[in-house]
Design a protein around this ligand. Structure first.
Ligand code: SIN
Ligand code: FE2
Length: 217
């Protein structure tokens, strides 16, 4: 009885689901930040507009991207890299808004990764039909730091596999406000997003936005 009560207290807050060892899905975790998050996002995108980057193989990505923070993830014919400068504008990426950092750090802590210090936030824009094929996030220097991934707008099916590309991914439906954190044993797990289906979200319209926080350097 006492144990049950304490368990209730420890579990207070949004639902927390372990989807793999070191990978935690926090349903609705970003909801409490939404009021400041969306205007901050709009301000970032005004300074560094979304663009469709090209893979090293020369294909244009169906997801449009931008970044904020000290470093931005970019891809072009020369490969993938983190860059302090936005190649489109020639300027530094917009600073990471305080509410972004707070959300990322609180989600990481809730998932068991206290002390997360992201210096990069990749912002992905999906429209119906956009998809992200299975990949590992491995352009960062320090794999001890987790990844925090925030979903906004239209729902999507998140694919979460294993250490090998051939590991069959499990499918998780991510909704507006859901946050996935993965690190430790699953830090290098393959993941991706199934083609977005048609829809209209109440506040964001016909799109899904994903914020991916990482410690790049
Ligand atoms: C990514 O892996 O870069 C994006 C994941 C997502 O959009 O949920
Ligand atoms: Fe990724």
């Amino acid at each position: 009885m006492t144990a049950d009560l304490f368990e209730g207290v420890l579990d207070a807050g949004p639902a927390r689901q372990e989807i793999a060892e070191g990978a935690i899905l926090l349903r609705g975790f970003a909801g409490a930040f939404e009021h400041d998050l969306i205007p901050a996002l709009r301000a970032v995108v005004e300074q560094a507009p979304f663009r469709h980057m090209h893979t090293p193989g020369g294909r244009q990505m169906s997801v449009a991207m931008t970044n904020c923070g000290n470093f931005g993830w970019v891809t072009d014919r020369t490969g993938y890299r983190y860059d302090a400068v936005d190649p489109e504008t020639g300027r530094a990426w917009p600073a990471m808004p305080a509410v972004f950092l707070l959300l990322a750090q609180q989600a990481a802590t809730r998932a068991g990764f206290a002390g997360f210090a992201p210096d990069a936030c990749l912002i992905n824009l999906y429209e119906p039909g956009s998809r992200m094929s299975l990949h590992q996030d491995r352009d960062e220097r320090d794999f001890d730091q987790p990844i925090v991934s925030v979903s906004l707008g239209l729902p999507a099916v998140f694919l979460f596999g294993g250490l090998k590309r051939s590991d069959k991914p499990r499918r998780f439906r991510l909704q507006h406000g859901d946050v996935v954190v993965w690190g430790g044993p699953s830090r290098l797990f393959f993941h991706g997003v199934a083609p977005l289906t048609e829809g209209e979200h109440d506040s964001l319209g016909r799109q899904r936005i994903n914020l991916t926080f990482r410690k790049a350097r």
